[in-house]
Write a protein that binds this ligand. Sequence first.
Ligand code: MTE
Length: 305
Amino acid sequence: MANRYTSKLSWADVTPEHMFLNRRSFMAGTAAFAAGTIASPALSATSEYSTDAEPNTWEEITSYNNFYEFGTGKSDPAEYASALTTSPWAVEIGGMVDKPGSYSFEDIMSQMTIEERIYRFRCVEAWSMVIPWNGFELADLLNLAGVQSEAKYVAFETVLRPEEMWGQKRNFIPWPYREGLRLDEAMHPLTIMATGIYGKDIPNQNGAPLRLVVPWKYGFKSIKSIVKITLTDTQPEASWNMIQPREYGFYSNVNPNVDHPRWSQASERQIGGGLLAKRVPTQMFNGYEEEVAGLYENMDLKANF
Ligand code: MTE
């Protein structure tokens, strides 16, 4: 059966060639790469997991954001996130792993295969986008650290740096922002660490230099600017779930049949569609049902929302 996410086009095919040529000559002419320039090779193969839905524009993806460390307005991250220093950057990987330690961003990137993944992205607030990420499978990073057999969950933390992230001076979220996945969710090939968008380094407002992307879950699970990954045998804390467990479950799989207590999840507003655009129906698991439904086979998705 034809995979409905298969697309033979990569952004290299449909983006004006001069953009890629410019980038290539820039890269060739740069003796010492700055940390970020290795994050998103301009020419990367598009994965079988990519949707063929039309991606949002760079402008839309990088100007309408949720990143509460920089304020709660949708344009706040684009305005304030440049204050975050993303180089040098390291991720501390610990807990139930064979090789715990501090992994520098460059060290990670030198061992990962960067792919393009064009994914649907559905926020719990009922808006959506299509985003051409560049990144690597989280499973590859976890395998690098060597996951031990007792591990059942993966916990993630965003950097805590109130001097650069003014939103962290206000205490409406228990900082640092944290999230978690079950180990099998984390190891699923759809789960990636994104390091780029449209072949460029991921901008700070989108979670530089590396952020999680779990396309079948509400966007808040896709934690940004990660500095800590811990393998555990107990379900980790997750920021929104800690604040309001009745509204934000640990799983938070996109599900049009389970409404948020304060609004419907049956449909979504596509960013870029214009003010008069009709809402479109939300798909089970955000359209990734075929790939991920098996992870939740014997679970009551209303109880485990
Ligand atoms: N990660 C951190 N650290 N802080 C945040 O406020 N917001 C989440 C998620 N990751 C958030 C975060 C929410 S609610 C969404 S919808 C997505 O990031 C938004 O990602 P985008 O701005 O790249 O579209």
